[in-house]
Design a protein around this ligand. Structure first.
Ligand code: NAD
Length: 387
């Protein structure tokens, strides 16, 4: 029998090269007349904000542009943007950017009709102990990296001042627009690590407790598309066939892990990213081989399949061999597209191991479909560092 579970698709997605031109119609259909367009400096300079703004204005929607989002969504930026949106009496929020922007847009959409107190109470919202007094404004997410898949996930990953860590505020998007044309300007190194982030979503989704045959299907296809297309897009950012397939892969990996989940790799990535300000995708790329090796002990068949999609040619059924060979294939893949290791970034082993309390204390750590002991966490971090 196939494993039972719930299929979900959080928000409708408009997908296709050039489809951001239809943003006005999509936003108008949600009943929005005046929106706060959230973005950042890099995305503004790349021209994506102008593309979306033009489409919104063309549909008669008023737009306030706020392009001051920062990496990893610090709380003070959410407060600043929400104040502008509230003063401007907006009735919707549009995020145009990478994951940091999309998450900022989500958090802003919850704070505008409520209060900044929402940010202090993240844990209560995340654990379902508290509901919003007023529903968040509709948030329309338009990714410019491939990517986080945030347009299809229910959380905004916020850097909480109070908790001094990265944590998820639940805010489901109302609509997503995935247009690979907007990813054409992503520099090579960012293309590489954002693609590895999507790969890490697919990998962890396969072995999270609530995975289903449906989430697995999306995850394996995302892994295949990333293996085939990420090196092409890193090599030549104007290869729009590769960019298009990566935009799709990122989105379906997002749908997959929103339905299933991510676990140990993301607990570690959030901790290490927060402690040392390393890009999220780089942390995920470094953690993924160690997670594969660990997960192979419980899920040898899945990790064998993943490894073989990544080119490992695994014939053994021994979990140890599968884990080693599949992890090696992913490690080599990341190196081949130039993603730096923790060592190459200048981190010491002690610095990586110092993430252990934050890593082990993260609720996602227990979402793996099997036991995770404190010793496992030490071994996983050591493996991620030493390779
Ligand atoms: P990012 O949003 O931090 O952007 C990285 C850099 O790329 C920025 O300087 C940005 O200006 C630039 N950039 C983005 N698009 C560009 C474009 N088209 N052209 C030129 N430059 C461009 O990076 P990211 O990896 O997309 O997002 C990482 C964040 O997403 C992390 O905070 C992570 O925690 C979060 N995340 C959230 C979810 C979720 O489900 N909510 C999932 C995964 C990751």
């Amino acid at each position: 029998m196939l494993k039972s579970g719930t299929y979900t698709q959080l928000a409708p997605i408009l997908f296709g090269n050039g489809c951001a031109g239809q943003a006005g119609e999509a936003v108008g259909n949600l009943g929005c007349k005046k929106v706060l367009l959230v973005s950042d400096e890099g995305v503004l300079a790349a021209g994506a904000v102008e593309t979306v703004k033009k489409a919104l204005l063309g549909a008669g929607i008023q737009v306030i542009v706020w392009a001051e989002a920062q990496t990893d969504c610090p709380e003070d930026t959410v407060k600043a943007a929400a104040a502008i949106g509230r003063n401007g009496s907006v009735d919707g929020v549009v995020g145009v950017g990478g994951g940091s922007v999309l998450d900022t847009a989500k958090a802003v959409s919850a704070v505008i009709p409520n209060d900044v107190q929402v940010l202090d109470d993240i844990v209560l919202y995340l654990s379902g102990q508290k509901n919003y007094a007023n529903q968040p404004l509709p948030v329309i997410e338009i990714p410019t990296t491939a990517g986080t898949g945030s347009e299809s996930t229910f959380v905004a990953v916020v850097t909480s001042e109070k908790l001094d860590c990265k944590i998820g505020l639940p805010v489901p998007p109302a609509y997503g627009i995935v247009d690979s044309e907007l990813t054409k300007t992503v520099p090579s190194y960012i293309t590489a690590f954002t693609g590895m982030d999507a790969l890490s979503h697919a990998n962890e989704s396969l072995t999270e407790q609530t995975n289903t045959p449906h989430s697995d299907l999306l995850a394996y296809e995302a892994i295949r598309l990333i293996k085939e297309n990420l090196p092409l897009a890193v090599e030549d950012g104007t290869d729009m066939e590769a960019r298009d397939r990566l935009a799709f892969a990122s989105n379906i990996a997002g749908i997959s892990f929103n339905e299933s989940g991510v676990h140990i790799g993301h607990s570690a990535a959030h901790a290490l990213g927060h402690l040392y300000h390393i890009p999220h995708g780089v942390c995920c790329a470094n953690m993924t081989p160690a997670i594969i090796k660990f997960a192979a002990k419980t899920y040898p068949e899945k990790m064998k399949k993943l490894g073989n999609i990544m080119g490992a040619k695994i014939t053994s059924d021994d979990p140890e061999v599968i884990g080693t060979q599949a992890a090696d294939a992913v490690r080599k893949f990341a190196a081949s597209i130039g993603v730096k290791t923790f060592k190459e970034l200048g981190l010491s082993k002690d610095q990586v191991l110092a993430a252990k309390p934050m890593f082990y204390g993260d609720p996602l750590c227990m979402a793996f479909g099997g036991e995770v002991t404190e010793q496992d966490v030490t071994d996983i971090l050591t493996d991620a560092y030493e390779g």
